[in-house]
Design a protein. Structure first.
Length: 186
């Protein structure tokens, strides 16, 4: 029935409703397409979605494994860093101890050297003093003997008598001069 024949027949049909044969043929086509979609397209689509879900789950598991390994590596790195810092602190402490020990040894060596130099200087001063005393005794002895010979009027060239006169003269000189000042030590 065509729309013109429907109008001609005088029937009042709803223009929005298609004809019955159109509805039936449309339902048959829809069922065939639905069945083909259900059997052919939908399983492939499900397989693709399942593969994607497995890939995502595998990626998540892999990411969790990698994250766990990274956390483990970070903990190991932090442990090694702490060990390195402890080792550095220990080495610094040892270096400071060795430095203090070397400094103490150097001070001790300097003190020993200073004491050796002072002792050597004292020995040299004492030797020079003894040499000066011997020289002085000889010169003063000769002068004293000449002087005593002139005063006494007789020759004092006798060694024993001259030695006694010289010793007495030096003893008198030492008694008259103030005591020798002690050498200051620095």
């Amino acid at each position: 029935m065509t729309p013109i024949s429907v109008l001609a027949a005088g029937e009042t049909a709803n223009p929005l409703l298609p004809a019955t044969y159109d509805i039936i043929w449309s339902a048959v086509c829809f069922a065939i397409i639905f069945f083909a979609f259900w059997k052919l397209v939908l399983p492939k689509f499900r397989d693709i979605l399942d593969e994607r879900a497995q890939a995502i789950e595998g990626g998540i598991e892999k990411a969790e494994r990698v994250q766990a390994e990274a956390d483990k590596a970070l903990a190991e790195y932090q442990k090694q860093l702490a060990d390195g810092r402890a080792e550095a602190a220990r080495l610094r402490a040892e270096a400071q101890e060795e430095g203090a020990q070397i400094l103490a040894e150097m001070k001790q060596n300097a003190n020993d050297e200073a004491e050796r130099i002072i002792a050597q200087a004292k020995a040299q001063i004492e030797a020079e003093r003894q040499a000066a005393m011997v020289s002085l005794r000889g010169e003063v002895g000769g002068i004293a003997t000449d002087l005593a010979s002139r005063i006494v009027g007789e020759s004092l060239r006798d060694d024993q008598r001259a030695a006694n006169v010289v010793d007495r003269f030096i003893a008198d000189l030492e008694a008259q001069t103030p005591a020798a000042q002690p050498v200051k030590e620095y």
